[in-house]
Design a protein around this ligand. Structure first.
Ligand SMILES: Nc1ncnc2c1ncn2[C@@H]1O[C@H](COP(=O)(O)OP(=O)(O)OP(=O)(O)O)[C@@H](O)[C@H]1O
Ligand SMILES: [Mg+2]
Length: 391
């Protein structure tokens, strides 16, 4: 699949942008702050409903404007689909496909599949579990778009359960809270189990692709591996004070079988119930888990070198492309490389160029065109003050 045409209205610094794109490589060049990232961010957002650099969508709407529009004509095997997303500062967002309103905005997810690699991705390796959960969850949803509904159901249940626990803590009415809590537990376990199982399954499917991608870009041949550290395992009471920190005593969960996970989850909830009422917070579940990125015998976090960290992050994205490609009925995902060539040494630049050159569509941004290997400079656009012109 590829994006044939993109129209932006009041999207970040793009007041009104209208551009025809090509299958294959599209390179966007311009000085800093001109709107290159904004342009590819729009396509990423239309595909995943998440931005690679900001949470939420308010920042995507042009300052002073009430709404932003992203419209894209995407093409797969000579079939065109027109997608449109309207982001409103106040009131509901709206999504349309071939001019018909979609019942929910999230029905857009996965119509265009895409993978973005950007400098921010080294946070997946170096920073908190939130970054790694966002990575794996993003991939789960791209791979199985119907999971988007499960995530939103889980978040809703978790929120309600947390406010119940909180009010029980404040009013000390543990008796009546307990019976209401039980009703919430069933849904928490149901949706949470789907999330945990899907994460473990995706991580397992991704691993061989990660291994291959890492070998092809890194200079050392360490083996990357993915382990799932879960709050559903172990007997110890979680040591959680609200912040998102690594918990060294969590154990690895390998079994993605739904019944097994559901049983672990309910048993664990029972064990931590008293503690949850005391703290006024849900203490176990997918929101407390971590995807541990191993490199050889050690976790990449805290041990990998700068170069290894970059290679790992890049390998995670390239592996994602391969995984999505294998299962996809709509061709390759659109690959977005935002500002990455400047950060890579010349050997890695070339290897990356060779690896991505044959993807159905690749969108590349760079401040300096010379940083991008020549094989990736076929179709070139200049971006200046939110205006895009084909060169
Ligand atoms: N909501 C918004 N409304 C208006 N302008 C915005 C908005 N969000 C971002 N901008 C502007 O967009 C510009 C940044 O654009 P972008 O991040 O696409 O730059 P870039 O071309 O990728 O630059 P670099 O090479 O530095 O990565 C900034 O000048 C910023 O002020
Ligand atoms: Mg940029």
């Amino acid at each position: 699949m590829y994006v044939k045409h993109l129209t932006l209205a009041s999207f970040r610094n793009h007041g009104s942008t209208d551009v025809a794109l090509e299958p294959g490589i599209n390179l966007f060049v311009g000085r800093n702050g001109q709107g290159k990232t904004n342009l590819v961010e729009a396509i990423g957002y239309l595909s995943t409903l998440t931005s690679h650099r900001v949470a939420g969508y308010q920042a995507l709407i042009q300052a002073g404007e009430p709404a932003a529009i992203i419209r894209a004509m995407v093409c797969h095997e000579d079939r065109d689909i027109l997608l449109e997303l309207e982001l409103n500062r106040e009131g509901k967002n709206k999504a349309r496909m071939n001019k018909a309103d979609l019942p929910r905005v999230r029905d857009l997810i996965g119509v265009i599949s895409s993978v973005t690699f950007a400098p921010e991705d080294i946070d997946i390796i170096r920073r908190d579990p939130t970054n790694r959960r966002a990575f794996i969850d993003g991939l789960v949803v791209q791979y199985r778009p119907r999971m988007a509904g499960v995530y939103s159901d889980y978040e809703r249940v978790l929120k309600q359960r947390n406010s119940l626990l909180k009010s029980a803590k404040i009013t000390k009415t543990t008796g009546s809270a307990l019976s209401t809590l039980e009703a919430w537990d069933a849904s928490l376990v149901q949706y949470g189990t789907e999330i945990v199982s899907a994460r473990i399954e995706i991580a397992r499917m991704l691993e061989p692709h990660l291994f291959a991608a890492y070998q092809s870009i890194a200079t050392t041949n360490n083996e990357p591996r993915l382990l799932y550290k879960s709050s559903l395992l172990g007997d110890r009471l979680p040591n959680f004070f609200g912040e998102d920190t690594e918990e060294d005593d969590l154990e690895y969960l390998e079994d993605s079988d739904r019944d097994t996970v559901a049983k672990l989850f309910s048993d664990r909830l029972e064990k931590v119930r008293a503690k949850e009422l005391e703290r006024g917070l849900t203490l176990v579940g997918p929101q407390r888990d971590d995807l541990v990125l191993m490199l050889g015998p050690l976790p990449a976090k805290g041990y990998a070198s700068h170069g290894e960290t970059w290679s790992y992050a890049l390998a995670l994205r390239l592996a994602s492309v391969e995984l999505l490609k294998k299962e996809s009925r709509t061709g390759d995902p659109v690959l977005i490389l935002d500002d990455v060539f400047a950060e890579l040494d010349s050997g890695r630049r070339l290897r990356l160029a060779e690896l991505v050159a044959n993807n159905e569509q690749v969108l590349i941004t760079a401040a300096v065109a010379e940083d991008v290997p020549v094989i990736l400079t076929a179709t070139r656009f200049a971006v200046s003050e939110g205006q895009v012109t084909r060169e």
